[in-house]
Design a protein around this ligand. Sequence first.
Ligand SMILES: [Zn+2]
Length: 311
Amino acid sequence: MKLNLRSFTQLTLASAIALMFCSSPVSAHASVKMPQLAKDTTLSKECKSDNWDEPTAPRHLYGNSWYVGTCGISVILIANPQGHILIDSGPANAFEGVSKSLRAIGVRLNDIRTILTTHEHHDHMGGVAQFQKASGATVLVRQEAVETMRSGKADRRDPQFEILSTFAPIANLKTISDGQMVKVGKTSIRNIPMPGHAPGGSGWTWKECENGVCHQLVFSDSLGSISDDVYRYSGEGGMAAALRASIARIGATPCEILITGHTGGSNILERLDAKAALVDNTACQKLAEVGLKNLELRLQKEAESKPTTAK
Ligand SMILES: [Zn+2]
């Protein structure tokens, strides 16, 4: 692992992560079972809705990456002989369905060693506590999300604070720095800081290859500028500038296979079922354009209306 860090604090953190992910001998992880396409599964690919908890069959995504989410919420497994990586969990009541998807491709929950997260809302994070408990995995989050992940309760920095449900508090959290590279065996996954929809938002990008053909995968965080009735993106402490920067960042990220937290945001299930192209190197740009348009509309509405309460 290359270390190019300035402060001792960062060095300490990086060392801890390097130790956590890189220094264990291969033999210690020799028992990790790699996934395989399910030959026989009772899970159907059919989705009657885009409900967050409606189960659907697991799909092979690309290389060592697999879709194990529900009809409405994406959950990604990056298989690795040194310990699997899970991105997000779906809501709490999707835990059984997502676990079933993982089992259907032969993944044992205790082979998951790392859980990465997009943002601290119950629809994406509600099952993380259960997966962490079942696996003992380390959960990596940006600093801004730590308190909410630890307590399961958002605070007023979150645009949706007044309408959010709580989720089960998550244990074994480790803070990562913005843009940090997470290394597990031969896999390197880079954090993309994406505050704006929620304060602690993250996207993730990594490369997968099949038969010498490599593609850059991106799991983008949500770009939706939605809120409760009180919050103003343009108000004091509002996240308009942060969201604008996140939109620009994701739009500029090399991106060939896009996954979004809500399946409809990237039509990931249709693309995995070959109803649309899986690979599109303009997908992140297009996502950013939609996000920016929505933010501009939102700011225009705020400019036309008075704050509900003084902040
Ligand atoms: Zn959200």
